[in-house]
Design a protein around this ligand. Structure first.
Ligand code: AMP
Ligand code: TRP
Length: 333
């Protein structure tokens, strides 16, 4: 079946192994299937929901494009663009924010995590962030949205918004209700320093994550220093519930080698962590080093990256502006 794929990544720097295994790896596979139409968006409007340095933001937009391409997304076979250049996203977000309910947004756990203790000081954008995300997806009639596990709740909200819009305005099936595409086993990669925390761009310690721009020595160093426990490698999947760091590292290994967690456990059962880490390093270096080198190479040619964005913006705008015009008519403007 042909799928319409849409996904977004925030240009907030430090794209890491979690972004790669949770989302970008899946983008590449979907993009390789010629039946699919893929749109990958650098969501700069989402990025400014928390403070950004304007100069860095500009670089990070290019770096996100470079990461897509270096990871294997073919810009000739997909649309790659940045969100703020297609005005329908901001317009759509406003209209949909009049459809979405406070009660729905109040349940969003990402807002609670990101806003922290001092919710009063969080931006309004951070709160309504999932509505903008819904506009992104619905403007393109996306049928499938590949994301990491942390975005599951936002996608459910997007489905609710689409259904409510269709009901409220009596336009059955006008907004396409999208399906999430979330990897089942390894959809959440955890910090290398704490197996109970998500690997994240914003974590202070760089040792907590493998950045996609890390070189071989950095990868080796970070895996050698990655937290483990004093026991030998686990024998059984059940043991992992209490051994979060072992679970995460085995998950990373399994995802990189396209094997099941069950098989990876069998391969290393009872061995020392150091032996396992050697193998993990080998897989990581094989996968990440070429991506890292390619990102650095692409970043030296800014005009190439800008051309890709410009071309993508033109194509995306053609689709989104038609849809927003229909939305405005339906609403009564
Ligand atoms: P972001 O960097 O927040 O824009 O996320 C881009 C994509 O990476 C989204 O699909 C996220 O769900 C995914 N992602 C981010 N962090 C992780 C993680 N630690 N594990 C798995 N997926 C992740
Ligand atoms: N909120 C997503 C994240 O932080 C990024 C995003 C914005 C997105 N718009 C989207 C993902 C639309 C999928 C579809 O990871």
């Amino acid at each position: 079946m042909s799928k319409k794929i849409f996904s977004g990544v925030q240009p907030t720097g430090n794209l890491h192994l979690g972004n790669y295994l949770g989302a970008i790896k899946n983008f590449v596979e979907l993009n390789n299937d010629n039946n699919n139409k893929c749109i990958f968006c650098v969501v700069d409007l989402h990025a400014i929901t928390v403070k950004q340095d304007p100069k860095e933001l500009k670089n990070n937009i290019r770096e996100t494009v470079a990461t897509f391409i270096a990871s294997g997304i073919d810009p000739k076979k997909s649309i790659i663009f940045n969100q703020s250049s297609v005005t329908a996203h901001a317009e759509g977000a406003w209209i949909l924010s009049c459809v979405a309910r406070m009660g729905w947004l109040n349940r969003m756990t990402q807002f609670k995590e990101k806003a922290g203790k001092d919710k009063e000081k969080a931006s309004i954008g951070l709160y309504s962030y999932p509505v903008l995300m819904a506009a992104d997806i619905l403007l393109y009639d996306a049928t499938h949205v590949p994301v990491g596990d942390d975005q599951k709740q936002h996608l459910e909200l997007c489905r609710d918004i689409a259904q409510k819009f269709n009901n409220d305005f009596g336009v059955k099936n006008f907004l396409q209700v999208p399906e999430p595409l979330i990897q089942n086993e390894f959809s959440r990669i955890m910090s290398l320093k704490d197996g109970s925390k998500k690997m994240s761009k914003s974590e202070l310690s760089d040792l907590s994550r493998i950045n996609l721009t890390d070189d071989k020595n950095q990868i080796i160093n970070k895996i050698k220093k990655a937290k483990t426990d004093p026991l030998p490698m686990p024998q059984d999947i059940k043991d992992l519930d209490e051994r979060l760091e072992a679970k995460n590292l085995l998950g990373i290994y399994s995802s990189l080698t396209n094997s099941s967690l069950h098989n990876s456990i069998k391969t290393f059962a009872g061995k020392n962590f150091s032996e396992f880490k050697e193998k993990l390093i080998e897989e990581l270096v094989n996968k990440i080093e070429p991506i890292s080198n390619e990102i650095k190479k692409l970043l030296r040619d800014k005009s190439y990256l800008d051309r890709i964005l410009l071309d993508g913006v033109e194509k995306a705008d053609l689709i989104a502006s038609k849809k927003i015009e229909r939305i405005k008519e339906i609403v009564g403007f």
